[in-house]
Design a protein around this ligand. Sequence first.
Ligand SMILES: *Cc1c(COP(=O)(O)O)cnc(C)c1O
Length: 395
Amino acid sequence: MNAVMPNYGNPTVSFERGEGAYLFDTDGRRYLDFAAGIAVNSLGHSHPALVKALKDQAERLWHVSNLYAIPDQIRMAERLCALSFAEGVFFCNSGTEAMEGSIKVARRFHAQNGHPEKWRSITLEGSFHGRTIAMLAASKNPKHLAGFGDPVDGFDIVPVHNMNALRDAITPQTAAIVAEPIQGEGGLRPLEDAYLRDLRATADEFGLLLVFDEVQTGFGRTGKLFAHEWSGVTPDVMACAKGIAGGFPCGAVLATEAVASVMTAGSHGSTFGGNPLAMAVANATLDVLTSEGFLDNVIRSGETLRAGLRDIAGRHADIITDVRGKGLMVGIVVAPEFTNAQLGGAARDAGLLTVVAGENVLRMLPPLIIGESEIAEALDAIEQACTALASAGDA
Ligand SMILES: *Cc1c(COP(=O)(O)O)cnc(C)c1O
């Protein structure tokens, strides 16, 4: 056995260097990176502003713990509050930790308001909230649960786009409704705006908190800083991670004042969360994401990419049945005769990296900095991949 546990399936490709939207493997081969570390490297590889922020901080101070005030953490929190619905932020190191934190603040909100019996969360089928013991129970994906015992209690799962099922699941113990505005790992499934509005109205009707998991959709991925802005529906609590610091591990829980204020001293914590290195890079990432015209360009790039993919789907309807997503979170739905992994493999042979998702979808999550030439190159690679798959099918 390899020294690294086999849970990642022992991948064979490895990279030596990255520059913008490109990665270079150990044989010197260049790939166009439309996986971006699974929606993480939102500014591409080796972005000069991020490299500078990290180097400058590395020479001053790496880590001190939250026993001390961290000025860049306060600054990042204040900026996030100014840019969103939130009035308080907790920093951690990953998406699943941000979701754990979100569930904890939702439970504690009710306990501190005299309802300790309200501790359960309603979650959605097809969701992905991470791999901790509790988040496995939140998503109840049988593949992820296998071998890990009974899912922990506290999560009631319902089908999406079915308000009757959701309302039926509400009990006096319900604390929160949890949703990804666009289900990422589940297959790039956008939740309808009307459904998100219904979730908000139902949460308000029953005094529940609405928790959005924007770990994948947040930080500009869909062309808005946060995906829920498209629907006009605002959550009470939001989990972020992936793109928040352009590749430096970082997560965050954002919440309204009513919720954030229940997290009194000692109620939650993280040793590494919000440390000076992470916060230097997160602030530098946010500088770029909020620069003039940046997100408009993400919207435009997404439209160009999807339009091009639809053209290809028109020529290869036997392979691609649909193209969906928002901004630069794009899903190619693969026909049942083929697998997303086959199309992804053929794309990689053509020099393009992508990621698979549920429902036989191939995901494109390029760096948000891509321009027309990278889009054209990616479309060319997908066209080549379709042609290769079609001729393999004929043979
Ligand atoms: C990736 C992801 C997570 C888990 O994040 P990790 O950093 O891998 O723990 C949680 N929720 C969503 C929506 C994700 O896409």
